[in-house]
Design a protein around this ligand. Structure first.
Ligand SMILES: CC(=O)SCCNC(=O)CCNC(=O)[C@H](O)C(C)(C)COP(=O)(O)OP(=O)(O)OC[C@H]1O[C@@H](n2cnc3c(N)ncnc32)[C@H](O)[C@@H]1OP(=O)(O)O
Ligand SMILES: O=C([O-])CC(=O)C(=O)O
Length: 370
């Protein structure tokens, strides 16, 4: 038995949810470019869960269900109020999502209907949790979700209490479409491993949130913003990046395990970053980002991934840096739950082997002789 470090190139599941073939990403067979240009996030959620685009009645029913479940239990709000002031936003989300299960009577009901209902609840409640966490730490009261509006609208509304601008809602909605699913990425794999033991869907999503948090995965969008802030000016891009590359420092938001010729989602976020920058009358972050891309791609051949331009997009939308990865989770919970439902539908325990490289034939030494 020989191990493949990081399971690179290993096919570990069959799935009909999303594919990456020859550098092209599809959700249920539909190219991401078409979805990014035309679909709403709610249509994508339906597509991922049910395998087809919804008609008007089906979409209206999903909207009704999301409205019905968007309010989070009072006890979860009360717990968020007790989190220490400096709590990491993804740790807060992970803890709050785990505690949702405590107040859901059907948390351990493994029937298909209950699992689908819990997927809808999770999708509806993640934005409410993150917005509540954001307001509570600012010393403000959480704002209740509105009915009849999109997840993108509701999230921006619950953050500020103001009606969000159409352009902001549209940009966030497109970002949510682009982040919704991505084959067997690390957090989705973690979710599938968890539920393949026949553990519950809340446990699966909690595992996934913990996995998305890391800077080699979803945490990279926040790390990109940290880098942009450290660089601070367009003039400083070149010396900063040259120094980082010379010292073999990883440039956040570049490279990908699967895409070697570029992430098809990045161009949409780049375009959004430029358009929002123009509208705001401030293209500095966009221009710094394109300069970083020119240098990193030119010298290392590494291309930007989905996390790179999302940093300037979210900042231009006025969103706090540490909410970037939680926003990724608002989107990706649609994919995680689709994969969890798929795993349940044809389950087998996921239990690979390890190539043992430790010592052998070692004798036990009594404690007094050590
Ligand atoms: C939504 C997402 O999860 S997208 C990914 C988000 N993560 C990031 O943006 C973090 C930065 N990128 C990375 O760390 C990596 O490219 C990963 C984690 C995405 C992919 O990792 P892997 O497939 O394991 O590639 P690995 O880290 O082995 O890199 C291969 C080579 O490219 C280099 N490399 C890869 N990414 C980068 C980078 N961002 N900056 C500089 N060098 C890099 C590595 O140093 C390595 O070089 P070497 O062979 O000379 O040692
Ligand atoms: O697929 C991956 O390894 C990471 C990624 O881009 C994603 O999860 O969107």
């Amino acid at each position: 038995m020989t191990a493949t470090k990081g399971l690179e190139g290993i096919v570990a599941a069959t799935s009909s949810i999303s594919s990456i073939i020859d550098g092209a990403l599809t959700y249920r067979g539909i190219n991401i470019d078409e979805l990014a240009e035309n679909a709403t996030f709610e249509e994508v959620i339906y597509l991922l869960w049910y395998g087809k685009l919804p008609n008007r009645a089906e979409l209206a029913k999903l909207q009704e269900q999301l409205d019905q479940y968007a309010v989070i239990p009072e006890q979860v709000i009360a717990q968020i109020k007790l989190y220490p002031a400096q709590t990491n936003s993804m740790a807060a989300l992970r803890t709050a999502v785990s505690s949702l299960a405590l107040y859901d009577e059907e948390a351990n009901d493994m029937s298909e209907e209950a699992n689908l209902r819990k997927a809808i609840k999770l999708q509806a409640q993640l934005p409410t949790i993150i917005a509540a966490y954001s307001r509570i730490r600012e010393g403000k009261d959480p704002i209740a979700p509105k009915a009849g509006v999109s997840i993108a609208y509701n999230f921006l509304y619950m953050l500020s209490g103001n009606e969000p601008a159409d352009v902001a809602v549209k940009a966030l909605d497109q970002a949510l479409v682009l982040h919704a699913d991505h084959e067997l990425n690390a957090s989705t794999f973690a979710a599938r491993v968890t539920v393949a033991t026949l553990s519950d869907i809340y446990s699966g999503v909690t595992s996934a949130i913990g996995t998305l948090k890391g800077p080699l995965h979803g945490g990279a969008n926040e790390a990109v913003m940290v880098m942009l802030e450290e660089i601070g000016s367009f003039e400083n891009v070149e010396p900063y990046i040259q120094n980082a590359l010379a010292n073999r420092v990883k440039i956040m938001g570049f490279g990908h395990r699967v895409y070697k010729n570029g992430d098809p989602r990045a161009k949409h976020l780049q375009k959004m970053s430029r358009e929002l920058g123009k509208l705001n009358g401030d293209l500095m972050l966009y221009e710094m980002s394109t300069k970083i891309e020119e240098l990193v791609t030119g010298q290392k051949g590494l291309k930007p991934n989905v996390d790179f331009y999302s940093a300037s997009v979210y900042t231009t939308l006025g969103i706090a840096r540490d909410l970037f990865t939680p926003i990724f989770a608002i989107s990706r919970v649609s994919g995680w739950t689709a994969h969890i439902l798929e795993q349940f539908s044809d389950n087998r325990l996921i239990r690979p082997r390890a190539d043992y490289v430790g010592a052998s034939n070692v004798k036990y030494i009594p404690i007094e002789d050590r």
